[in-house]
Each structure stands twice: as C-alpha cells, then as structure tokens.
Design a protein. Structure first.
Length: 336
C-alpha cells in the first residue's frame, strides 16, 4: 500500500481522472518539481493504422481537455499533456511537488490514454520494448538548483547519479524476456549504448545531458532521466521517484562523496541479467560491490541525512531499506 491520499483520480469517472484532490497528503518538505513522460506501445487490430491514429487524435480535444491544442497535442484538465510522438501515444504528467503525486498522476495517465483509444480497435502496452527490439520511452524529469550545478564540477552530478541509475533497476526494472529467451530485469538497459549522451532516441546514455529547463533557466536546471523502465507497480513507481529525489537532495546538500562505477555501461547491462543480485562490479575507491551494496551507499547516506525530516521521506526510507533487505535475504518475499 502507498501512503494514504485521496484516490478519486483512479476511480471510473472521467471527472475523477481529470482532477486530483489534495486532501490528507502526507507531508513532504523538500521543494523539488518532478514528473514523467510515457510513450505507450500500440497494437492496431484494424487494417489501416491512419484510421486508428485519427481516431486517437480526434478524442484529444474532447472530454476533459482545455482548448490548448497544437496539432495532435492537447492539455488535459489535470495539467497533463497528450499527444502522438513517433507513432506512439504519449502522456506527459503535470508538474508535481512530491513522489506520491508523481505516482498518482502517472497512474491517472494510464486511464486517460485507455479512454482516448476506446472504440478504435487499438491495444496499448505500458512497456519499453517490442518484439522487433525497438525501444520507446519512459522518462522522468527533476528540477535542480542551477546554482548547485554551477558551483559543482559537472562530473560530480554524473558520478553521484550514474552508480544509482545502473543499480536501481533491481527494484525499478519492469523485466522482460529478451530475444534469446532469457529473462532480464530492465527493458531499457540493453538498448542503452553509452554512459553519457545528449541523445534520447539513438545512442542513448545512462546519463542524459539534455538541459532544457522549461522554467527559469537562470535558477533551475532539469535533470532528464531516460534510462528507466515503464512501471505498472505503484510501489516501484513510488520508490523510483522517492529515491531519485533523495539522491538529488544528497547531491545538492553535499552529503554524499561522488564515486564511480568502472565501466558503468557494462555494469548496467550485467546487472540487468544478474537474477541472483550477487555479481560484483568495480567501484572506484570502494573495490567491488554488488548492485544491492551500491544501493546501500545511497540508502544509508539518505537515512543518516534525512530520517525524521517529514512523513513521506520516512516512508521512502523505510521502503528502500525493506526492499534492499528483502532482495538480499529472500527476493521472492517481494512478489506481492
């Protein structure tokens, strides 16, 4: 179960999906904007794809949308954005101020896109890979203080986040069976070709250097995260947003010494295939560590720095430790 909050937006009515009440929200004191973008896999059962595409787009201007449209794009009443991108229906969540709201709006997006394609002989899939090996996006965005980026060596944000990114898939990966018939933890790891890159559709990097703040660029930067999997699991989503927020807190507050994984790209690919969570990876100044041990560096630093800060932070810390302990002791205890 996630922290208690009005879940009206997940009910059946269109109005409920379009707006989220903010009653009884658990306290989250750190100011940081976060949100998500999801391209959905699509299977068109009718013969002509264009007919289905036109049907999808025709719904965007109806039933709960403002009059802000740009071709096939339109804002929703909840602040989200629906459009067709590279042949995929895509939902961008509105800006949120805490991990729980980021989860709620992401899940509301699932229902919105289902409603928009209803009656068009279309099936949608919230995943990142198709049977031909093509990959499509599940992106996250997080605001960062521009001043902290200016004062810090740019390598420090990369070194702070890259080991976290490659190891978080042990709880945030969605899993899939690859073309060799083998199970992998992450759908995105295998299609990531670089450690660092500014590209999002080809030559993808674990760390994306795109800096398009979409806000006051003198005060804020936007960390554009493209290495993550699409999640249906609400607890996995909550941990993904919550732990990432804490890692950025550690960076901005200078509470974590940067460290790097030796050959991070290779480690990313290997962690995705390591179902035992026992393989060890070279870490600068730390010798060798498992993916769980890499995560514990972050979890323990966040525990020491932020325990007792607020209700939601404590919940994230509790879940983070519980998941890592369970993966180390009895992974199957997390099956439900």
């Amino acid at each position: 179960m996630l922290p208690s909050k009005n879940k009206a937006h997940l009910e059946a009515s269109d109005q409920a999906i379009s707006s989220i009440a903010s009653n009884s929200s658990p306290k989250y004191s750190r100011k940081r904007i976060m949100g998500s973008e999801q391209e959905y896999g699509i299977l068109v059962k009718c013969r002509f794809y264009e007919r289905a595409r036109e049907g999808m787009c025709s719904h965007y201007g109806n039933d709960g949308c403002w009059g802000l449209k740009d071709g096939d794009r339109s804002f929703q009443r909840n602040g989200g954005f629906l459009y067709v991108d590279c042949g995929h229906p895509e939902y961008a969540s509105p800006e949120t101020s805490n991990p729980l709201d980021a989860v709620l709006y992401d899940k509301a997006g699932e229902l919105l896109v289902q409603r928009k394609v209803r009656g068009n002989e279309v099936r949608l899939f919230k995943n990142n890979r198709d049977s031909q090996g093509n990959s499509f996006a599940s992106h996250e965005s997080y605001s960062l203080s521009r001043a902290n980026l200016i004062l810090a060596d740019f390598d420090s944000i990369i070194n702070t986040t890259l080991p976290f990114f490659i190891s978080r898939i042990i709880f945030a990966g969605s899993g899939f069976i690859n073309q060799r018939g083998k199970y992998e933890i992450s759908q995105r790891a295998g299609v990531t070709k670089n450690e660092i890159s500014g590209r999002a559709t080809d030559s993808r990097g674990i760390f994306n250097t795109k800096d398009d703040p979409l806000m006051n660029g003198n005060k804020y930067a936007r960390l554009h995260v493209i290495n993550g999997d699409a999640n249906r699991s609400e607890p996995a989503l909550f941990l993904k947003f919550g732990t990432m927020g804490l890692v950025l807190d550690l960076f901005e507050d200078k509470k974590l010494k940067p460290f790097g994984v030796i050959d991070g790209l290779d480690a990313f690919h290997r962690i995705s295939c390591d179902l035992s969570f026992s393989e060890r990876y070279g870490v600068r100044f730390q010798g060798e560590m498992t993916a769980i041990e890499i995560q514990r560096v972050y979890q323990e630093a966040a525990e020491a720095a932020y325990r007792g800060r607020d209700e939601m932070t404590d919940d994230i810390l509790n879940r983070w430790k519980f998941v890592l302990d369970s993966l180390q002791g009895n992974p199957m205890s997390l099956d439900r």
